[in-house]
Design a protein around this ligand. Structure first.
Ligand SMILES: [Zn+2]
Ligand SMILES: [Zn+2]
Length: 179
């Protein structure tokens, strides 16, 4: 299903509302699907996103690169940039939103949504193939019981405090008390 309106509808169902941000994510997803990628059932496809705005919901829904599976990696850079790694084809694509000089205020929300989903992705983004150096696949780590609150905690998130193994919130709390 590559029809842009159908894709938009699916994305709205997941995201909750229609908005220009979601439209950006739908356009990105459509482009990625057209480049020989398909919905990621496991971790075949990995998305690195540089924002946590509405667009990422479209990407999760339409490409199967999700927070829970670990094939969605969020970098808090505040940019509408997206990189996709396909572990099967070993190809990587990078999309970076172009600087839009048009006066956004002159258009209504609906007009902006319409404009985005009917655009050629190359007009909206700088798109290039990039080096295939995907992040490691998601790992399952042992759990350790926090010696302060007793919560089972992923071993990689355990801190040592006064020779005790404790979780991050406990560590932050104890550390603050000490000051
Ligand atoms: Zn939204
Ligand atoms: Zn704790």
């Amino acid at each position: 299903m590559r029809n842009i309106n159908d894709l938009m509808e699916k994305a709205i169902e997941f995201h909750g509302h229609s908005c220009p941000g979601l439209a950006i994510g739908v356009l990105v997803s459509k482009y990625i699907l057209e480049q020989g990628n398909s919905f990621s059932i496991d971790e075949e496809l990995v998305a690195i996103v540089e924002n946590d705005n509405c667009s990422v919901d479209a990407i999760q829904r339409l490409l199967g690169t999700t927070f829970g599976k670990g094939n969605l990696i969020f970098k808090d850079y505040g940019k509408n940039n997206y990189t996709f790694y396909n572990r099967t084809s070993e190809k990587a694509i990078n999309l970076r939103l172009k600087n839009d000089s048009k006066n956004q205020q002159a258009f209504s929300r609906e007009e902006r949504i319409d404009f985005i989903i009917n655009s050629d992705p190359n007009d909206i983004f700088n798109i290039r193939e990039t080096e295939f150096n995907p992040p490691q696949e998601a790992q399952i780590y042992d759990r350790i019981i926090c010696e302060n609150c007793q919560d089972p905690t992923m071993s990689t998130r355990i801190k040592i405090y006064n020779e005790k193994k404790i979780c991050i919130p406990c560590y932050l709390e104890l550390e603050t008390k000490e000051k």
